[in-house]
Write a protein that binds this ligand. Structure first.
Ligand SMILES: Nc1nc2c(ncn2[C@@H]2O[C@H](COP(=O)(O)OP(=O)(O)O)[C@@H](O)[C@H]2O)c(=O)[nH]1
Ligand SMILES: [Mg+2]
Length: 202
């Protein structure tokens, strides 16, 4: 089964996108597989609303593990299953907490195995250099590395927020040459375009 990984800095909206995009693709009950950096695996079955409440947070580094769900997308006259993977947020600096560092290295190893890479940036935070959610060095590094893959796209998230139009312009300047889709993970804006991208790159 092909892997579609969601990556980006902490708090950009990876988990919100993961849940709402899976729901958009028709998932009603989340059969979530969690893999922790120490190798432990956990399974959970919950509604999308419960998943959102439990997993999305304004706190930084809420997600310290890989969590995935199997979704089905239409291909021609048939269907194909893919594994949608939510990951721990990346940081520009070496993070002081060992749990966060382990989770980041787990994320980086899965990037290599993934056919599709959805790289999320927070368009509303592009100006806020002091916040972990503003794009930074690690985003340029990821783009350099991941753009070698056919299935690489940048999702400029939080376009529902007032500051995002400037941020989107900045992202287009800084990451020119890459495909950039503006989205709102919260309002499910731009999801049709993301779905089309996924289908074309399977
Ligand atoms: N306004 C707005 N807020 C969002 C959007 N996506 C995520 N958020 C908020 O950003 C915060 C971090 O989201 P989360 O998905 O946990 O980020 P992650 O650390 O990248 O997984 C939460 O408070 C979300 O409600 C969006 O499209 N618009
Ligand atoms: Mg998260």
């Amino acid at each position: 089964m092909k892997k579609c990984i969601i990556i980006g800095k902490t708090n950009v909206g990876k988990t919100a996108f993961f849940i709402n995009f899976a729901e958009y693709l028709g998932i009603k009950t989340f059969e979530l597989e969690k893999k922790f950096p120490d190798g432990i695996e956990e399974y959970a079955k919950l509604s999308s609303r419960a998943a959102f409440a439990a997993l999305v947070d304004e706190k930084y580094h809420k997600t310290k593990n890989i969590q995935s769900i199997v979704v089905t997308v239409p291909i021609g006259k048939g269907k194909k299953k893919i594994q949608l993977i939510d990951t721990a947020g990346l940081t520009d600096d070496i993070h002081p907490e060992i749990d966060v560092r382990k989770a980041i290295s787990q994320t980086l190893s899965i990037i290599r195995e993934s056919e599709l890479i959805l790289h999320i940036l927070d368009a509303s935070a592009a100006e806020k250099k002091e916040l972990p959610s503003a794009f930074g060095m690690v985003d340029y590094q990821v783009a350099q590395f991941a753009q070698l893959k056919r299935g690489y796209v940048i999702l400029a998230n939080k376009i529902d927020l007032p500051d995002s139009s400037y941020g989107l312009k900045k992202i287009k300047q800084e990451f020119s040459g890459n495909l950039i889709i503006p989205i709102s993970a919260l309002n499910k804006t731009g999801f049709k375009e993301v779905k089309t991208f996924v289908i074309h790159n399977l």
